[in-house]
Design a protein around this ligand. Structure first.
Ligand code: SAM
Ligand code: SF4
Length: 426
């Protein structure tokens, strides 16, 4: 049986692309393998959003050189954001790679896989699906934040029509999926390029009516584009989870302006207040960049102040990394030292560790609804509607079930609990 191996780094969009590719390869009769040495097809789905991610991809690519020399028939493909328009340069740099595929564009690989496909038997079935799935609703990004490479690699915004997305979600639900996460770099601008200009709220309303779908999530939201209609949709639609990912990036207006984000600290604070007022149980997560060009200690302290005031459930913090080709790389000097960036990063992480541990401690003894996603080191795990990771023990198979768990122990990153057996829904 022919096999494939997919290695993925980066954002949820990359994960979604990899899931889609895996499903297509399995339709062609390929099986997944964890052993890269034995795979017939190897795909590296790359990310270059920061230098650290790019370095990981380069390391992985390097490790394939010898493998390809020993088994030249193995197909090696490089996919994702490392693949820009200059394919000739990439071919020259990585001669042992057979195919270069731009983000989400797997046709070249699928055609080759089809030509070499194992004969499908009538009894062929694809491997079991997880109870959760990603669904990309809008490709690309039109925002061109000054530090970000994404619009250059993923192109302009392109929304998928509501009817097409409904069919896709219905088909996932038929195969056992209970929770979907709608993806886009900026989901709030969903639909502006479609003929009847629907919004994300309209899409949520449509998907909310799908029977046997239990939960709907979406990410990422852009603070400049989040509408009142969307906030009301999250507040009123029972399947839409109370979790919003709303990257702020910085707590100082001059830095926000230099980043090209299109909002002020004050308007961001007001937005958070409106969300919390309309959805009192909401969990909020955010992204922050420290050490943006020219960021002074004083300006950084405004980020610390914002995080202390708004008390997010989760903060993803990154040190600014120069991305060649972006506006910031062309116009601004990367003048905050690496050690200073690391210090700021640590300060954010320490602060957020304390905040998250206090927020989660309040959940002690509460009973939470958890959708079980899998098993790790003998414990079942899943997420609450507010995206908290919960672990519990149980002998019976709980995969894909909606269970109630009483929280017994908390930490900044996860909750431990015990199953309340009387309230298990399948
Ligand atoms: N579209 C989302 C938004 O508006 O924030 C996020 C997408 S971006 C791929 C994911 C995160 O990577 C960003 O929120 C930002 O914090 C981080 N990021 C992007 N470019 C970066 C850079 N040059 N240096 C450091 N972090 C960066
Ligand atoms: Fe990058 Fe900004 Fe687009 Fe997010 S909104 S993907 S940070 S350009």
């Amino acid at each position: 049986m022919a096999s494939y191996y997919i290695w993925t780094v980066g954002c949820q969009m990359n994960q979604a692309d990899s899931e889609q590719l895996a499903a297509s390869l399995e339709m062609l009769g390929y099986q997944p393998t964890q052993e890269i040495d034995n795979a017939d097809l190897i795909v590296l789905n790359s990310c270059v959003v920061r230098q650290s991610a790019e370095n990981r991809v380069l390391g992985k690519l390097d490790s394939l050189k010898e493998l390809k020399r020993l088994s030249p028939d193995t197909v090696v493909a490089l996919a994702g954001c490392m693949v820009d328009s200059d394919i000739d340069r990439l071919k020259h740099r990585f001669p042992y790679v057979d195919l270069f595929l731009k983000p989400g564009q797997f046709n070249g690989l699928l055609e080759l896989a089809k030509a070499r496909a194992p004969k499908l038997s009538d009894s062929f079935t694809t491997s079991a699906l997880s109870p959760t799935a990603f669904v990309t609703i809008i490709e690309g990004c039109d925002n061109f934040c000054s530090y970000c490479i994404v619009p250059y690699r993923r192109g302009r915004e392109k929304s998928h029509p509501i009817a097409e997305l409904r069919r896709q979600v219905e088909s996932l639900v038929q195969r056992g999926v209970k929770e979907i996460t709608l993806l886009g770099q900026n989901v709030d601008s969903y639909g502006h390029d479609l003929p009847d200009k629907p919004g994300l709220a309209d899409l949520l309303q449509e998907l909310n009516s799908i029977e046997r779908l239990t939960r709907i999530r979406f990410l990422t939201s852009h603070p400049k584009d989040m509408s009142q209609k969307l906030i009301q949709a999250v507040a009123s639609l029972e399947k839409v989870c109370e979790h919003i990912s709303l990257p702020v990036q910085a707590g100082n207006d001059e830095i926000l302006q230099a980043m090209g984000r299109g909002y002020t600290v004050q308007s961001y604070r007001e937005l958070v207040e409106q969300i919390r007022c309309a959805i009192p149980t909401v969990a909020l997560s955010t992204d922050v960049i420290v050490g943006f060009p020219g960021e002074t200690e004083e300006q950084f302290q405004r980020t610390i102040e914002l995080l202390s005031d708004l008390r997010f459930d989760t903060v993803h913090v990154a040190a600014y990394s120069v991305r060649p080709g972006t506006l910031a790389a062309k116009r601004l000097k990367d003048n905050v030292s690496l050690s200073e960036k690391r210090r700021r990063l640590q300060e954010v992480e320490e602060l957020q560790g304390n905040i998250a541990s206090e927020i989660n401690a309040r959940l002690l003894s509460h009973t939470l609804e958890v959708l079980v996603e899998g098993k790790k080191k003998g414990k079942w795990y899943g997420r609450t509607r507010t995206d908290k990771l919960v672990f519990f023990e149980n002998d019976a198979d709980c995969l894909g079930q909606l269970v109630s768990v009483e929280v017994k122990k908390t930490s900044p990153w996860a909750l431990q609990g015990s199953l309340k057996p009387s309230i298990v829904k399948t």
